[in-house]
Structures are given as C-alpha cells and as structure tokens.
Design a protein around this ligand. Structure first.
Ligand code: ADE
Ligand code: ZN
Length: 343
C-alpha cells in the first residue's frame, strides 16, 4: 500500500507499536520455513497480507481472539535471527516508504521466552536489526519493556525484575499490554516498581471504559496511556485528563478492527485533539489490522480532516513525549520543524 506523496513526506513517529504485531505474513512464512514449523491453518488469510482470528462480536471478544492470533503468529519466532529480521523489516519499511523518523516499540520478555530467547539475547537481536535499519535510513528507535496483563502479576513482576537486572540503553520505559479485564491494575504496580524505569505507559480505555483509565492513572501515576479512547464516554474524565496533560496513544485502525468503535464518525481522535489533549498516533499491530504508521496519518487526514500542519503537530507531540534522551529529542524535533518550515 503506497502512501500518497503529500502524506508520505510528513515526518512521522510511531509511539504505540508491538514488535510481534509488525510481522508480515510473508515474514511469518519465511521464518516458519527456516525454522521448519507448520503454521496453524487458520492463521493466514489466503488472499491477503494479513491474519485472521476467531472472535465474538464485542470489543473484548475481538481483543481476546486477536491476542490468541498474535501469540500464534509469534510461535514461528525461534531465535535471535528471527528478532533481528523482524525489527529490521519493520523499521526499514516504516522509514523508507513512510518517512517514519522515530518508533518506540513495545517488547515483551514473555514473547522472547516463547522464542527461546533470554531477555538480554532478545535485546541484542533487536539491537542488531535496529542498527542496520538506522545505518540505512537514519530512523531512531527506543524500546518499552512490556508485561502482559493476562499472563498475571507474578509473570509481570518477573518482567520488571529482568528489566532492572539487565539495563539496556535502548530500553527507556516500562508498559503493560494485554486483556484489560484481567486482575486489577494495582496488582501490577510491583512490576512497574521493580523495573526501576520512571517512564511509564499502560493500555487502558481500549476494550474497557473510563474506570480503567482512572485506575491506571491513579495507581501507576502515568501520563501516557495506550489508547485511552474510551475516556470519551466520561466528560469529567476528559477534563481530568486534560488537567494532567495526558498523552493518549491513539491507534484508529486497531480500534476499528477490534470493534471498539463501529464507525470512524464515532471515533474520538478529532475530539481528543480539539480538546487539547496531547494526542500521538500508533500503528499498534499494523499487519494484523491492515495498517501502517503512514496509513494512520492518512486516516487522520482523510477521515478526521487533519491538515498537514496538524499532522506535523501529532509528530511533534510524539517526539516531545517520547521516552528518549534530550539530545536525540532535540535532533528529532529539528527534523519536524525543518519540515514545517519548508511546507
Ligand atoms: N497486545 C498487542 N496488541 C494489543 C492491543 N491492541 N491491546 C492489548 N494488548 C495488545
Ligand atoms: Zn497496543
């Protein structure tokens, strides 16, 4: 899917993307062949560059069905080379085809373990893919060590402890993904604290409503939220979120695919932006949701009437709120500002 040039040229940042969620069916097939693994028949849709999963027709049913497909696709990954290829493939195409200048990728030690990789080996493999892509395109990347809520608090605590035990210059934040109905957010506070990382985000307000957003904010003391879109259901919460200068990591195609909204007109992207929330965009699991970070910017323009200046503002928001060191932030902001000056 090629982007129109007026969208392609806008510098972009992907602030919400799961590493395994970027795997293309072609790469799944290539890696499955290399690792001599038979793919589950139902996973690959015959005709297209996407995956399929079983679901019941509610946001939670969709999310659970999708999370199973996500784990199934991940099962082909069996070693360091696979993670290097996966990282390189995503970064290279995002930078070259879509002018993505920064990606902050969620990585999961639990998924690394499924691929028989220790956390340090997983990070080393990802770093090799990044360094190659960066040398070829200039893209910057940082990682968010992410625990999986439905794997439970004990597993999450181990992820936090591993994160602290193996500090890595590219791992700059801690987060939580997974089924928002599993356990209570407070059960995961020990994992966040164990990680030793101050930069935090958590999925909240995707498949469940305003209460999860408040819980995540108050318990984990976060300002960045994975999704947060269902905050729109509660106007008092919207005011509270504005007051803390909250950063919703908005992933429109994901929300549509997982039936959080049934119609673009009901999606709150524009309302969030106009309310002054510091919105950033993410591709979430692009190959599962038939999207890419460039496509998310295109949707912002075509479905939500974002001007070029507003698209550049989304990137500026992302770089301002990215979990990166100040010199890199300054360098990336210069790239956004150079585009705005030339536009
Ligand atoms: N893990 C990968 N993608 C996710 C999503 N959209 N929501 C929750 N957990 C996820
Ligand atoms: Zn996500």
């Amino acid at each position: 899917m090629r982007l129109p040039e007026h969208i392609r040229r806008v510098p972009k940042a992907d602030l919400h993307v799961h590493l395994e969620g970027t795997i293309t069916p072609d790469l799944v097939k290539r890696i499955a062949h290399r690792n001599k693994i038979k793919l589950p028949d139902e996973l690959l849709k015959r005709e297209g560059q996407t995956f399929q999963w079983k679901e019941d027709p509610t946001p939670l049913g969709s999310l659970r069905g999708f999370l199973q497909a996500y784990d199934d696709a991940t099962k082909v990954l069996r070693g360091a080379q696979d993670y290097t290829d996966l990282t390189y493939d995503y970064l290279k195409r995002s930078a070259e085809e879509e002018n993505c200048i920064y990606a902050e990728i969620m990585v999961s030690a639990d998924h690394g373990a499924m691929a028989k990789l220790s956390w340090p080996d997983m990070l080393a493999a990802i770093t090799r893919g990044y360094e190659k892509a960066k040398a070829e395109t200039g893209i910057e990347m940082r990682l968010i060590s992410t625990c999986v809520r439905h794997y439970g608090p004990e597993g999450a605590l181990k992820v936090g402890e591993l994160t602290r035990a193996h500090p890595h210059p590219l791992v700059t934040g801690f987060g939580m993904a997974g089924d928002e109905t599993a356990f209570k957010i407070a059960d995961f506070l020990p994992a966040y604290e164990a990680s030793g990382l101050k930069n935090r985000t958590a999925h909240a307000g995707e498949a469940t409503g305003p209460a999860t957003v408040r819980e995540a904010r108050d318990v984990l003391k976060i300002r960045r939220f994975g999704h947060m879109v269902r905050a729109i259901e509660d106007s008092a919460l919207m005011d509270e979120q504005k007051a803390i200068n909250a950063v919703p990591e908005v992933c429109v195609s994901s929300n549509m695919a997982l039936k959080v909204f049934t119609d673009y007109r009901k999606h709150p992207l524009r309302k969030f932006f106009d309310a002054g929330l510091k919105v950033v965009l993410g591709s979430d699991d692009p190959t599962f949701f038939r999207t890419s970070i460039g496509r998310e910017y295109q949707i912002a323009q075509e479905k939500f009437a974002f001007t070029e200046k507003e698209l550049a503002k989304l990137t500026r928001n992302a770089i301002e709120e990215a979990f990166i060191d100040e010199p890199t932030r300054a360098k990336l902001l210069q790239r956004v500002d150079a585009f705005k000056a030339a536009a």
